[in-house]
Design a protein around this ligand. Structure first.
Ligand code: DX5
Ligand code: ZN
Length: 215
């Protein structure tokens, strides 16, 4: 499955950009929320998500790069998030945040930065719908893929299989037609793509190039 990161979209024409995502046959819209503290960048938040929800039936995949996700997950769910990913490195209690997301009716996911070991998510796996493995340092679109992160995808997919869990593994950052190959082979089944998709002249064709490897 492909999740289009609107961080690289033309924000003044977001409705048209959403239409381009839908017409490209993409299933998910990836919505990056940054608070300027957890990462060195500030993006958009609740009111924008609410408007996006009104304009599309795409699966809304919200990636919270914020210091205290527990405080906000219910409101992101109310604004229409289907999946909510939060960082294990944030200040919120991980178990409580997972429970709060579930209670609010959204699907919980834990995100890990490149330096965080794959094993750190093991104790939560049976309560998660997805694990988000960052393949760049969170904060900005358009960065280069970090190859060492592929092994973490393999480790998490292996553990999920060992435990018999039906869980998604998402990769985010520097995903293009080349890096989609190794990450999919390692067990990623949600490919986030921002700059690669939005810089393509023909988004449907770019999606096709990602999908050749997508499982
Ligand atoms: C980075 C964000 C990503 C970003 C990916 O912190 O989490 O979702 O938009 O952008 P690309 O695909 O350009 O690396
Ligand atoms: Zn993201």
């Amino acid at each position: 499955m492909v999740s289009a990161s609107v961080l690289s979209a033309d924000m003044l024409n977001l409705e048209k950009e959403i239409k381009r995502i839908e017409d490209g046959g993409i299933e998910m819209l990836h919505f990056d929320v940054m608070d300027g503290i957890f990462v060195n960048n500030i993006t958009y938040g609740l009111p924008v998500l609410e408007q996006v929800r009104k304009s599309t039936d795409l699966i809304l995949d919200v990636h919270l790069m914020i210091t205290d996700p527990l405080k906000y997950v219910r409101r992101f769910a109310e604004c229409g998030a289907d999946y909510i990913s939060f960082h294990i490195e944030s200040e919120s209690n991980v178990s409580e945040t997972i429970e709060a997301i579930k209670k609010s009716g959204a699907k919980p996911a834990v995100a890990i930065k490149p330096a965080t070991p794959a094993e750190s998510v093991f104790e939560y796996l049976d309560r998660l719908s997805m694990v988000l493995v960052m393949t760049v340092e969170p904060g900005f679109g358009g960065q280069s893929f970090i190859p060492e992160t592929v092994e973490k995808v393999r480790i998490i997919r292996g553990k999920a299989e060992e435990l018999g869990l039906d869980i998604r593994v998402e990769v985010d950052g520097g995903i293009n037609s080349e890096t989609a190959v190794c990450t999919s082979a390692a067990g990623a089944d949600v490919l986030v793509s921002g700059s690669y998709l939005f810089s393509a002249e023909n988004m449907a064709e770019a999606v096709g190039r990602l999908r050749r490897t997508d499982i």
